[in-house]
Design a protein around this ligand. Structure first.
Ligand code: CA2
Length: 149
Protein backbone atom coordinates (compact mmCIF):
# COMPACT_ATOMS: atom_id res chain seq x y z
CA UNK A 1 0.00 0.00 0.00
CA UNK A 2 1.46 3.40 -0.88
CA UNK A 3 1.93 6.06 1.75
CA UNK A 4 0.35 9.50 1.53
CA UNK A 5 2.42 12.65 2.14
CA UNK A 6 0.90 16.12 2.34
CA UNK A 7 2.90 18.87 0.59
CA UNK A 8 1.50 22.13 1.94
CA UNK A 9 2.20 25.64 0.70
CA UNK A 10 1.37 28.91 2.41
CA UNK A 11 0.38 32.38 1.28
CA UNK A 12 1.49 33.92 -2.00
CA UNK A 13 3.25 30.79 -3.20
CA UNK A 14 0.61 30.66 -5.95
CA UNK A 15 2.66 33.54 -7.44
CA UNK A 16 5.79 31.41 -7.73
CA UNK A 17 7.49 31.91 -11.10
CA UNK A 18 5.32 34.94 -11.85
CA UNK A 19 6.98 37.57 -9.60
CA UNK A 20 10.36 38.06 -7.88
CA UNK A 21 12.27 35.40 -9.88
CA UNK A 22 15.56 36.75 -8.48
CA UNK A 23 14.46 35.43 -5.07
CA UNK A 24 12.22 32.45 -5.87
CA UNK A 25 13.29 31.37 -9.37
CA UNK A 26 11.31 30.85 -12.57
CA UNK A 27 9.44 27.65 -11.78
CA UNK A 28 5.74 27.90 -11.08
CA UNK A 29 4.01 26.03 -8.26
CA UNK A 30 2.48 23.77 -10.92
CA UNK A 31 6.04 22.92 -12.08
CA UNK A 32 6.99 22.10 -8.48
CA UNK A 33 3.92 19.91 -8.10
CA UNK A 34 4.77 18.02 -11.30
CA UNK A 35 8.34 17.38 -10.09
CA UNK A 36 7.05 16.24 -6.70
CA UNK A 37 4.59 13.85 -8.38
CA UNK A 38 7.32 12.32 -10.56
CA UNK A 39 9.60 11.76 -7.57
CA UNK A 40 6.77 10.54 -5.35
CA UNK A 41 5.92 7.83 -7.91
CA UNK A 42 9.56 6.65 -7.79
CA UNK A 43 9.45 6.64 -3.99
CA UNK A 44 6.07 4.88 -4.00
CA UNK A 45 4.44 7.77 -2.19
CA UNK A 46 1.10 9.39 -2.93
CA UNK A 47 1.01 13.14 -2.47
CA UNK A 48 -1.66 15.69 -1.68
CA UNK A 49 -0.13 18.92 -3.02
CA UNK A 50 -1.98 22.05 -1.83
CA UNK A 51 -1.59 25.82 -1.49
CA UNK A 52 -3.64 28.33 0.45
CA UNK A 53 -3.52 31.99 1.37
CA UNK A 54 -5.71 31.24 4.41
CA UNK A 55 -4.19 30.15 7.72
CA UNK A 56 -7.29 28.22 8.82
CA UNK A 57 -7.27 26.14 5.64
CA UNK A 58 -3.67 25.05 6.23
CA UNK A 59 -4.59 24.15 9.81
CA UNK A 60 -7.58 22.11 8.58
CA UNK A 61 -5.31 20.26 6.11
CA UNK A 62 -2.84 19.42 8.90
CA UNK A 63 -5.77 18.00 10.90
CA UNK A 64 -6.79 15.98 7.82
CA UNK A 65 -3.21 14.71 7.54
CA UNK A 66 -3.48 13.35 11.12
CA UNK A 67 -6.01 10.82 9.83
CA UNK A 68 -4.55 10.03 6.42
CA UNK A 69 -0.87 10.90 5.95
CA UNK A 70 2.46 9.46 7.06
CA UNK A 71 4.33 12.77 6.76
CA UNK A 72 4.15 16.45 5.87
CA UNK A 73 6.41 18.63 3.74
CA UNK A 74 5.43 22.23 4.45
CA UNK A 75 6.49 25.61 3.14
CA UNK A 76 4.38 27.81 5.43
CA UNK A 77 5.66 30.96 3.64
CA UNK A 78 5.05 34.08 5.77
CA UNK A 79 3.06 32.03 8.32
CA UNK A 80 6.43 30.48 9.24
CA UNK A 81 7.29 33.63 11.12
CA UNK A 82 3.90 34.39 12.67
CA UNK A 83 1.75 31.33 13.22
CA UNK A 84 1.56 29.68 16.62
CA UNK A 85 -1.68 28.11 15.34
CA UNK A 86 0.13 26.21 12.57
CA UNK A 87 2.78 25.13 15.10
CA UNK A 88 0.03 23.84 17.42
CA UNK A 89 -1.60 21.90 14.57
CA UNK A 90 1.74 20.35 13.57
CA UNK A 91 2.38 19.40 17.20
CA UNK A 92 -0.80 17.28 17.01
CA UNK A 93 0.53 15.41 13.94
CA UNK A 94 2.51 12.29 14.75
CA UNK A 95 4.60 11.65 11.61
CA UNK A 96 7.69 13.41 10.31
CA UNK A 97 7.45 17.07 9.32
CA UNK A 98 9.97 18.71 6.97
CA UNK A 99 9.95 22.51 6.70
CA UNK A 100 11.02 23.88 3.32
CA UNK A 101 11.97 27.39 2.25
CA UNK A 102 12.91 28.12 -1.33
CA UNK A 103 15.08 31.09 -0.38
CA UNK A 104 17.77 31.18 2.28
CA UNK A 105 15.72 32.92 4.94
CA UNK A 106 18.85 33.41 7.08
CA UNK A 107 20.40 35.61 4.41
CA UNK A 108 17.32 37.84 4.36
CA UNK A 109 15.56 40.25 6.74
CA UNK A 110 15.85 39.52 10.48
CA UNK A 111 12.10 38.85 10.80
CA UNK A 112 12.54 35.79 8.53
CA UNK A 113 15.18 34.27 10.82
CA UNK A 114 12.68 33.01 13.37
CA UNK A 115 10.35 30.13 12.58
CA UNK A 116 7.58 28.85 14.85
CA UNK A 117 7.33 25.78 12.62
CA UNK A 118 10.99 24.87 13.25
CA UNK A 119 10.07 24.17 16.88
CA UNK A 120 8.22 21.09 15.52
CA UNK A 121 9.97 20.27 12.25
CA UNK A 122 12.15 17.17 12.11
CA UNK A 123 14.21 18.86 9.41
CA UNK A 124 14.50 22.30 7.86
CA UNK A 125 15.64 23.02 4.30
CA UNK A 126 16.30 26.60 3.20
CA UNK A 127 17.98 28.19 0.23
CA UNK A 128 18.09 25.13 -2.05
CA UNK A 129 15.39 26.49 -4.34
CA UNK A 130 12.49 24.26 -5.25
CA UNK A 131 14.80 21.22 -4.95
CA UNK A 132 14.10 21.52 -1.23
CA UNK A 133 10.64 20.01 -1.80
CA UNK A 134 12.16 16.95 -3.47
CA UNK A 135 14.72 16.52 -0.70
CA UNK A 136 11.91 16.83 1.84
CA UNK A 137 9.97 14.04 0.11
CA UNK A 138 13.07 11.83 0.03
CA UNK A 139 13.60 12.36 3.73
CA UNK A 140 9.99 11.47 4.54
CA UNK A 141 10.24 8.36 2.36
CA UNK A 142 13.29 7.28 4.32
CA UNK A 143 11.88 8.11 7.75
CA UNK A 144 8.65 6.22 7.04
CA UNK A 145 10.25 3.19 5.37
CA UNK A 146 9.97 -0.14 7.15
CA UNK A 147 13.57 0.10 8.26
CA UNK A 148 14.45 3.80 8.45
CA UNK A 149 18.13 4.75 8.24
O1 CA2 B 1 11.71 31.10 0.86
C1 CA2 B 1 10.56 30.67 1.07
O2 CA2 B 1 10.13 29.64 0.57
C2 CA2 B 1 9.60 31.49 1.94
O3 CA2 B 1 8.86 30.56 2.73
C3 CA2 B 1 8.70 32.23 0.99
C4 CA2 B 1 7.75 33.20 1.67
C5 CA2 B 1 8.48 34.09 2.67
O4 CA2 B 1 7.55 34.87 3.38
C6 CA2 B 1 9.32 33.29 3.63
O5 CA2 B 1 10.01 34.17 4.48
C7 CA2 B 1 10.32 32.43 2.89
C8 CA2 B 1 7.05 34.08 0.64
C9 CA2 B 1 6.28 33.31 -0.38
C10 CA2 B 1 5.83 34.26 -1.42
O6 CA2 B 1 6.14 33.71 -2.67
C11 CA2 B 1 6.18 34.54 -3.74
C12 CA2 B 1 6.63 33.98 -4.90
C13 CA2 B 1 6.71 34.74 -6.02
C14 CA2 B 1 6.31 36.07 -5.99
C15 CA2 B 1 5.86 36.62 -4.81
C16 CA2 B 1 5.79 35.85 -3.68
Amino acid sequence: MSRLVFVLNGPNLNLLGKRQPHIYGHETLADVEAECRTLAAELRLDIAFRQSNREYEIIDWIHEARETAVGIVINPAAFTHTSVAILDALNAFEGPVIEVHISNVHKREAFRHHSYVSLRADGVIAGLGTQGYLLGLQRIARLTADEPA
